[in-house]
Design a protein around this ligand. Structure first.
Ligand SMILES: [Zn+2]
Ligand SMILES: [Zn+2]
Length: 155
């Protein structure tokens, strides 16, 4: 079991998530570009997540994904910082938007997805998994993540 702590940009919302990290990847789809107002989004998947929040209740917005699932994003009602994503399917991992973690130094994406729509100036490490769209095999991302972890990740 790991603990992930972070906050929104204005500091009104602090979170503490307990669970087991499954993978961390960067997504270059146009939805993530618009959501992040930047070049790509990042996702840290946590299985069996237990979320503790302090501050005002989060607001939520739901959209339909490219694969037809319903995806809810949760964000600070004061500053709008996106904190969590989760597909509305039982057992789906919680996706933390990991730029909001208090400690981001250990964040190393194991894959880049939706590279077909990445910004042309973004240079990707050839040693990191790359997929033009959704990865056909999510298990590979999970295995690669676990293989890459050093013992100090949970510090
Ligand atoms: Zn905020
Ligand atoms: Zn995306």
């Amino acid at each position: 079991m790991e603990v992930f702590e972070g906050q929104c940009q204005c500091g009104a919302v602090h979170y503490r998530v307990q669970g087991s990290a499954q993978t961390l990847f960067a997504c270059h789809c146009t939805e993530c570009q618009r959501q992040s107002a930047s070049a790509f989004g990042m996702a840290l998947w946590v299985k069996d997540a237990q979320v503790e929040l302090s501050g005002p209740p989060l607001q939520a917005w739901t959209r339909t994904t490219a694969s037809g699932k319903s995806l809810t994003g949760r964000f600070c009602p004061v500053c709008g910082t996106r904190l969590f994503h989760q597909v509305d399917v039982p057992g789906a991992p919680l996706s933390i938007k990991p730029g909001t973690l208090n400690d981001t130094r250990a964040l190393r994406p194991v894959a880049h997805i939706w590279t077909a729509s990445k910004q042309p100036w973004v240079q990707l490490d050839a040693a990191v998994l790359q997929y033009p769209g959704n990865p056909p095999d999510l298990a590979r991302l999970v295995q690669t993540w676990h293989a890459a972890q050093t013992p100090d990740w949970t510090n």
